[in-house]
Write a protein that binds this ligand. Structure first.
Ligand SMILES: NC(=O)CC[C@H](N)C(=O)O
Length: 353
């Protein structure tokens, strides 16, 4: 067995088996999702993180590109109780270090008690605990990745469904999952995906009907360019956002965000909608949350910890979600969000409780 070592910010160094060799570092987080590993591993919001799967066996239905959410693996490293050969080979080809045969229950309990922590990994024939510790020592906190948008965004505008009959959506790509554009295209929208640092004149040049801020990695406060777009267009264009998009929009409209203890990552996070009084199951992947919604109304909350899951404003024509309505992975309960977003072109959302 080829050894691997995982060094944690709390001083622990855990021995494991190397399944894809290399040295790596990042913020150690966990997901409770039991399916959807291809979608999660290609979700750009995991950039600069090390993803631990709490479900014990990962990879039992292979690896298929049609399920990818982007063109590469984004976590810097992968940890599981057991990875199948398929997944281990894929991560090896992608150059993403992966380890298994360690007690992931213990790791996850540690993260739940002590919070998401910085971590260093060394895997492969020559790996030593000191190598893992050296990686840990060089690991930055998430908020210190101040230009993380440049690592995950398109660099040139891309148009999907140019001939569509629906509204034109300017999708600001802060690290967008592919399913966001495809969910809009399925509803016949024209989607113009723009770099994370697009300017107000870039938006004016495409004359969109809706401004949409995508999901993305890291601290929302580091996405100043997207916040400036919200500031420039609020009241002029309907605004929509998913995950980091919700956080950026709230920050720009007088609100605040803060880092959570260990975040929400999984495919069964319960969300209560105040209007329907119903609870839906949602897919989530975030480590920050909106602590003050500013000018927006909270229309949905997480049943586990009451954090805001949906923000809206009838007056400003804004609708955002903290979870991932596009699913992939996870339940399809909330796909109607995309109908609501496109409907904003004709009338603002109704937010009274
Ligand atoms: N999926 C996302 O967009 C994540 C948003 C942000 N990076 C967070 O961790 O909270």
């Amino acid at each position: 067995m080829t050894k691997a070592y995982v060094a944690l910010e709390n001083g622990q160094v855990v021995e494991a088996r190397s399944r894809a060799p290399g040295r790596t570092r990042g913020e150690l987080v966990f997901t409770t999702a039991y399916t959807g590993y291809e979608e999660s591993l290609t979700d750009p919001s995991y950039e600069e993180q090390i993803l631990t799967f709490s479900y014990p066996l990962i990879g039992n239905y292979g690896v298929r590109e049609e399920r990818f959410e982007s063109d590469r693996v984004h976590p810097r490293g992968v940890v599981a109780r057991e990875l199948t050969e398929d997944v281990a080979e894929w991560l090896g080809r992608e150059g993403v270090p992966a380890v298994d045969e360690l007690d992931t229950r213990d790791l996850v309990t540690g993260i739940r008690e002590q919070g998401a922590m910085r971590c260093g990994i060394a895997a492969g024939p020559d790996a030593t605990p000191e190598d893992a510790e050296a990686e840990l020592a060089a690991c930055k906190g998430m908020s210190e990745h101040t230009d993380i948008g440049s690592q995950v965004s398109v660099t040139e505008p891309v148009t999907y469904n140019a001939e569509g009959d629906g509204p034109t959506v300017a999708l600001v790509d802060c690290g967008a999952k592919g399913s966001i554009a495809s969910s809009l295209v399925e509803r016949d929208a024209v989607v113009k995906q723009l770099p994370y640092d697009a300017t107000a004149s870039d938006i004016e040049a495409i004359d969109p009907d809706i401004l949409f801020i995508s999901n993305g990695p890291g601290d929302p406060e580091n996405f100043e360019q997207a916040a400036a777009l919200v500031d420039a267009f609020v009241g002029e264009l309907p605004l929509a956002g998913i995950c980091l998009g919700q956080q950026v929009i709230a920050n720009a409209l007088g609100g605040e965000t803060e880092k959570m203890e260990f975040g929400h990552r999984g495919v069964n996070q319960p969300v209560l909608d105040f209007r329907s009084e119903q609870v839906v199951m949602t897919t989530q992947n975030h480590g920050y949350t909106v602590s003050d919604p500013g000018k927006l109304d909270v229309t949905q909350i997480n049943v586990n910890d009451d954090t805001p899951e949906g923000l809206e404003s009838e007056e400003l024509n804004v609708i955002t979600r903290q979870y991932h309505p596009e699913a992939n992975p996870g339940p399809h309960d909330t796909l109607g969000f995309f109908d609501d977003v496109l409907g904003m072109v004709d009338s603002p959302p109704t937010v009274e409780r």
